[in-house]
Design a binder for this molecule. Structure first.
Ligand code: SF4
Length: 469
């Protein structure tokens, strides 16, 4: 009798790192339930598209991927297509009509049921939609979470949902009210990741700075950072996606005191002009933001700052946009992402007058990015000759360099350091000191500093993080 071949599942994970963690958790559950992960969606029996529905561009990308997966099924290359995450959650009522070729839709609270749904589909059931009206859960892995990053860093979700009321944003409707994971669970997951060779924990949520507000007096971000620092050893902790108004003095002090915490802050300001911020439903003003960044620099000298801006918001004038450019130069952000505004159904901004034409919004986006590119180039030049601690990610045999990052560079979004060193001299997950010798766009080139001590003990007890087969 032929042995039964396990069913293989492939993922298309779209959107942000929060969605990536959800995909990793679903994959972990599926492995526990006896499914096998395919190295590529093209090689899978079942394809799960974990979608993003944040803005129009993200939705268009999600739709294209769903349709591509359905075409593969039509050609007989896979047996089933499931669509999960933000898009089914957001369009709960109409999604089945929009994509009749899809076998099952999975809402955010139902992600842990993916295995059962796949079995139902493979038994012949069609047109399944399991989507709660309101997302309330935080997805917890059933075992050691599979990592899709393929490098010695991982994302650690500390909360889900958002209680803010930014007038342009549909995320609170999609992801529900803010809810934090308990400190003990986050710390246990961090411990397990470190034991497997992860050397950088990137803390994520829709708003990391609100962590614990729903848990009672003793659970808060400073307490969580301290608890993670007490795990001991050499690793980095990085805070992503903060809300400027919620960054407290206590958090800054703990960031300064706990050695593992990178002096790096990702604080999406969205805009600087007070009038635009008010229309966006955000509590900051240009002055309060200016004070905040001055305070951050006072407590954390040399801090790396990342922000996100939204241009083309209804009513935005050329003068206000020029103010934004001036503000960004004044604060000297190291990393800036910029989106153009798009009308999102059921958000208050849709009702606002004086829409900015899309072509003008794109022009502003390009102007802003050009300014930022020039700033990054100048800042990179100024770093040449300096030494910094680097975390080694992997060897690139084509370029014959190691890919590494400094504490000031978050994975995937902030550029890399090309470290010139023989292939045999380093390992993924090692820390070393690099001396910058040049710059290339958003990336830097470095050599190992002669007097460096390469920290190999972290590698010897570390297995490479699990990735897809
Ligand atoms: S803080 Fe504002 S922009 Fe960010 S997820 Fe919440 S509502 Fe959306």
């Amino acid at each position: 009798m032929c042995p039964v071949r396990p069913i293989t599942v492939g993922f298309v994970s779209l959107g942000c790192a929060k969605n990536l963690v959800d995909s990793e958790v679903i994959a972990t559950d599926l492995m526990t339930a006896g499914f096998q992960m395919a190295s590529k969606p093209e090689r899978a029996d079942v394809v799960i598209v974990n979608t993003c529905a944040f803005i129009r561009d993200a939705q268009e990308e999600s739709i294209a991927e769903v349709l591509a997966a359905c075409r593969r099924k039509q050609r007989g290359h896979c047996r089933a297509v499931l669509v999960a995450g933000c898009m089914p959650q957001r369009y709960r009522r109409e999604i089945q009509k929009l994509f009749p070729e899809v076998d099952a839709f999975i809402g955010l609270d139902e992600l842990s049921r993916a295995g059962a749904l796949i079995r139902r589909v493979l038994e012949g059931e069609r047109g399944i939609a399991t989507i709660s009206p309101q997302a309330r859960a935080v997805l917890e892995p059933s075992g050691q979470r599979l990592l899709f990053t393929g490098a010695p860093y991982a994302y650690l979700k500390i909360a889900d949902g958002c209680n803010h009321t930014c007038t342009f944003c549909a995320i609170p409707q999609i992801r529900g009210r803010y809810r934090s994971r308990p400190v003990a669970r986050i710390v246990a997951e961090a411990e397990s990741l470190l034991a497997r060779g992860v050397r950088e924990l990137n803390l994520i949520a829709q708003d990391t700075t609100s962590y614990g507000n729903d848990l009672g007096a003793r659970a808060n971000l400073p307490a969580l950072l301290k608890a993670l620092g007490r795990l001991g050893g050499r690793f980095w902790i990085r805070l992503l996606y903060g809300y400027p108004r919620h960054l407290t003095e206590a958090t800054l002090e703990v960031m300064s005191a706990v050695a593992q915490v990178c002096h790096y802050l990702d604080l999406p300001i969205q805009y600087s002009d007070s009038q635009v911020l008010r229309a966006m439903g955000r509590p900051d003003t240009e002055q309060s933001l200016r004070r905040l960044f001055a305070r951050i620099r006072a407590v954390l000298p040399g801090v790396s700052l990342r922000t996100t801006c939204l241009v083309g918001f209804p009513g935005e004038t050329e003068r206000q946009f020029q103010n934004l450019l001036a503000f960004l130069s004044e604060i000297r952000f190291d990393h800036v992402a910029v989106f153009t505004y798009s009308n999102e159904e059921n958000t208050p901004a849709v009702e606002l007058p004086r829409a900015v034409p899309q072509v003008e919004a794109q022009r502003r986006q390009e102007r802003l990015m050009l300014q930022q590119r020039l700033r990054v180039a100048a800042a990179a030049k100024a770093r040449i000759g300096r030494c910094e601690e680097l975390l080694v990610e992997r060897y690139d045999p084509k370029r014959r360099v190691w890919l590494a990052r400094s504490r000031g560079q978050a994975p995937e979004v902030d550029g890399l350091v090309y470290l010139q060193a023989p292939a045999s001299s380093l390992k993924p997950g090692a820390f070393c000191r690099g001396r910058y010798v040049g710059a290339a766009g958003y990336d830097l080139r470095a050599v190992i500093n002669n007097s460096t001590h390469i920290n190999f003990d972290v590698c010897s007890r570390a297995r490479p993080p699990a990735t897809l087969a």
